[in-house]
Design a protein around this ligand. Structure first.
Ligand SMILES: Cc1cc2nc3c(=O)[nH]c(=O)nc-3n(C[C@H](O)[C@H](O)[C@H](O)COP(=O)(O)O)c2cc1C
Length: 364
């Protein structure tokens, strides 16, 4: 038993879709909780005006009845309100009408750092838009919706997950982050940053050392690295552990199996150890600059300036929400594998019985 997630949708297409499989029956979902995470993803100091245009809301097409999951595939949809401006440009079918609105002219100026050049070469497109529409981080909206569902499941197990920015453009306090964002905006430049996600209440035993692909740290790292613009992931003290001695690196164990420190970030040998799980993700500066970088026109082969399209100065606060939801999804998947059950009550019974089995040594 595991969770599955498939998504579809282009940035300016009609909608984004997600199909979630493997959820137990009887999980109560709160529409407002999902919409609230969708809103959180859209906020942040450095976001583009598009975020005011889109007020994302989830629609459910299957798998839910009167707020309870049915144990069948859950189909979620988030509409792209901006699509009304791209009706011709992003029409799924050829249209007989005169081209109008956005997206009618082919894009031939690839942005360094975006999917544009690799995408057109790989798929044989002659319009960069055919690559960038799906590569865009717009579809993180449905990953957030899926993560909100995962958080509902984790909540039943007493697990909480929260993400926050720890660094924006090198600044680590709120005021510095705003100043750095304002300065980059004034220079028509972009920034990156670092986010941290902490999961509490995670029991020991999620993930496994049996195979590389089973390791919880590997799964979290792959999932976080799968988010657009994430270029580095750290579990616990991560790279800093490479520079200290063993006596300063490991988390010594006291009676009751309590740890004095949590440098491992809650995971040893690919298995959760009962301490809070702490992961960090580093985001590169966004590749769409209002002061475009040097590129080449794909039609003429001549030097040119890269595409300028409405874009964020930085999206680190948004990444914190996407990363939180991504970690939640991976933890929920690992929890489904450990505790199984067709109905939520079966899953909760397995969870209770497991905690009971380890309770003589491990105290939460
Ligand atoms: C929440 C979020 C918002 C983003 N917004 C933008 C944006 O407005 N402009 C942009 O050029 N890139 C943006 N990106 C990053 C690009 O989608 C990403 O750099 C691009 O798809 C290339 O992938 P890569 O950076 O992983 O190599 C955003 C990423 C995230 C996670």
């Amino acid at each position: 038993m595991t969770l599955g997630l498939v998504t579809a949708g282009e940035s300016h297409g009609p909608a984004l879709l997600a199909i979630l499989t493997g959820l137990p029956a009887g999980l109560r979902l709160d529409r407002e909780a999902i919409d609230s995470d969708l809103r959180r993803r859209q906020q942040g100091y450095g976001r583009s005006p598009r975020q005011q245009l889109e007020t994302d809301q989830v629609e459910v097409l299957a798998g839910l009845r009167h707020g309870s999951t049915l144990g069948t595939p859950l189909a979620l949809v988030v509409s792209n309100r901006d699509h009304e401006n791209w009706m011709w440009g992003m029409s799924p079918w050829p249209l007989e009408t005169e081209p109008e609105g956005k997206g009618t002219k082919p894009v031939t100026l690839p942005r360094p750092g975006h999917a544009d050049l690799a995408g057109v070469l790989k798929y044989g497109h002659d319009d960069v838009r055919n690559a960038l529409e799906r590569a865009s981080a717009r579809h993180t909206a449905v990953h957030v919706a899926a993560g909100a569902v995962a958080k509902a499941l984790l909540g039943e197990l007493g697990i909480g997950v929260a993400g926050h920015p720890v660094e924006i453009g090198g600044a680590t306090d709120d005021e510095g982050m705003r100043e750095a964002t304002d300065a980059a905006r004034a220079d028509r430049d972009t920034l990156g940053g670092v986010v941290e996600v902490v999961a509490t209440g995670v029991p020991p035993g999620l993930g496994s050392y049996a195979e590389k692909s089973d390791r919880l740290d590997a799964r979290l790292a792959a999932a976080l690295m799968g988010i657009q613009a994430v270029k580095g992931v750290e579990i616990g003290d991560g790279l800093a552990l490479a520079r200290v001695r063993g006596s300063e690196a490991h988390d010594e164990i006291d009676p009751g199996l309590v740890r004095r420190t949590n440098r491992a970030g809650g995971i040893e040998a690919g298995v959760s150890n009962g301490e809070p799980i702490v992961v960090r993700a580093g985001m590169k500066p966004l590749p769409t600059l209002m002061r475009p970088l040097d590129s080449v026109d794909l039609v003429t082969g001549e030097a040119a300036q890269a595409l300028v399209e409405r874009s964020d100065v930085q999206a680190v606060e948004a990444l914190a929400v996407v990363a939180e939801c991504t970690v939640a999804w991976e933890l929920a998947r690992a929890a489904r594998e450990k505790f199984g059950g067709d109905a939520l009550v079966d899953m909760l019974a397995a969870h209770r019985s497991y905690l009971e089995r380890i309770s003589h040594t491990w105290h939460r």
